[in-house]
Design a binder for this molecule. Structure first.
Ligand code: HPA
Length: 274
């Protein structure tokens, strides 16, 4: 990364270190329509992105644009309600700015959530899919450019981006809560178009179970910066051959909002053992 970018991140981290009311080691990023989780937080401080020096501002409906410090199931967390997407025109540096800031704040574990289209024929709308692995189909990578060896490796190993320990914990808690979980591979694409039937089919043949427009760049930076990652998709529409839905942003938000409470229950149960 450039020296200028590094200075900006340091400034943001310094501001947040002075303003934060608690010292969380876990960060949560909320996907489209999944903002309902904020209702379960004991909020200590909610900071609009505009107040945070150098922080980007989100433009998408269904994404609020605040950083919340608080407690969830009695565990200290910092939550991003509103993320930055590549399709909004942001650079990869901007899309992953929060993960660089989290690393600076000492975050050790990150939970990434998103809404995604399901391509696996066993999936149904409203399912939760634990992300076991991803395929980066953005056509770019947030680590392109000069590497700062003090932050991470030039050629990061990607054999376990999504923590096997946390995937195991998710299955264990889902069993106890009687929540039906899917597990699979997430394909990250730029968007903003939803997929054509041929694209859904191609992505499934390539090995992906769900497709969405976020998470992959964030996971790459979080992994690069040494965080343990847990990620999940809420399946909001289907790109299954013969059942391709004409997905719209409204439908995605409605389906995500409906499945939200299930995701919140699962995350709350996992937190004490993360
Ligand atoms: N494709 C891409 N992104 C998405 C989808 C989809 O079908 N659903 C929610 N986000």
């Amino acid at each position: 990364m450039s020296e200028d970018q590094k200075k900006k991140i340091e400034e943001t981290v310094q501001y947040l270190n002075e303003r934060k009311p608690n010292n969380p080691h876990i960060a949560i990023v909320l996907g489209s329509g999944l903002g309902g989780l904020t209702n379960a937080i004991d909020i200590l401080e909610e900071i609009p992105y505009q107040e945070i020096p150098n922080f980007p501002v989100s433009t998408v409906k269904g994404h609020k644009g605040t950083m919340i410090f608080g407690k969830l199931n009695d565990i200290d967390v910092v939550v991003l309600s509103g993320r930055f997407h590549y399709y909004e025109g942001y650079s990869m540096d901007t899309v992953t700015y929060p993960q660089q800031v989290f690393a600076g704040l000492g975050i050790k574990t990150i939970i990434l959530s998103n809404a995604a289209g399901g391509m696996n024929p066993t999936f149904a709308v409203g399912d939760i899919m634990i992300i076991r692995d991803h395929i980066n189909f953005f056509g770019t990578n947030p680590l392109i450019g000069p590497n700062d060896d003090s932050l991470g490796e030039r050629f990061p190993n990607m054999s376990e981006v999504y923590s096997h320990r946390l995937i195991h914990l998710a299955h264990q808690k889902a069993n106890e809560l009687n929540i039906h979980l899917q597990e699979g591979v997430y394909m990250g694409v730029s968007g903003p178009c939803f997929e054509t039937p041929a694209e859904y089919r191609a992505y499934h043949i390539l090995g992906a179970d769900a497709v969405g427009m976020s998470t992959v760049p964030e996971a790459i930076i979080a992994h690069y910066r040494g965080m343990e990652i847990f990620a999940l998709s809420v399946i909001t529409d289907l790109g299954v051959i013969g059942k391709v839905m004409d997905a719209s942003h409204e439908e995605v938000l409605t389906a995500a909002t409906a499945a939200g409470p299930k995701m919140v229950k699962l995350i709350c149960e996992m937190l004490p053992e993360m």
